[in-house]
Design a protein. Structure first.
Length: 145
């Protein structure tokens, strides 16, 4: 039993070393690029929430998000982490040049992409439920005849 635990521990350590090596390829430029994209996304989020707070006639922000004390941390965390991951992957797979313009594009556009992605997923779920209900009604009609 202890021997198996030893091999599992060795295996986990090797996986962690591999992940660390992937993160520092190219003198940590990929990792830092991702962090900088996340920081730009955080700045966009702060400006958007301030504009939303100042616009008291409508509760929505410029990005179409409703901010409150309960969801602000979750939104902030998901946007910063999402922009960081997208920046890291874009830099790692050489889809993006490591420039300030690319960093700004990812940091600014990631919140927009994220909100559209959430809307699309929500619309598809509603469509799937409607299709299933129509199929159930058709089956009931056929069974009744």
């Amino acid at each position: 039993m202890q021997e198996q635990l030893y091999y599992v521990t060795i295996y986990v350590v090797e996986i962690m070393k591999t992940i660390y090596d992937l993160l520092i390829i190219g003198n940590k430029t990929h990792f830092m690029f991702g962090i900088q994209c996340g920081f730009i996304g955080f700045l966009v989020l702060i400006v958007d929430s301030i504009v939303s707070y100042l616009n008291k006639t409508d509760n929505k922000s410029l990005l179409g998000i409703r901010y409150n004390r309960k969801n602000l941390f979750q939104i902030c965390l998901s946007w910063v982490v999402g922009a960081s991951i997208m920046g890291f992957l874009g830099s790692f797979f050489q889809l993006l040049a490591d420039t300030k313009q690319a960093m700004g594009s990812i940091g600014i556009s990631w919140p927009l992409i994220f909100s559209k992605l959430v809307e699309t997923i929500g619309d598809k779920d509603d469509t799937n439920l409607k299709d299933e209900e129509e199929l159930d009604e058709a089956d009931n009609d056929l069974d009744g005849e």
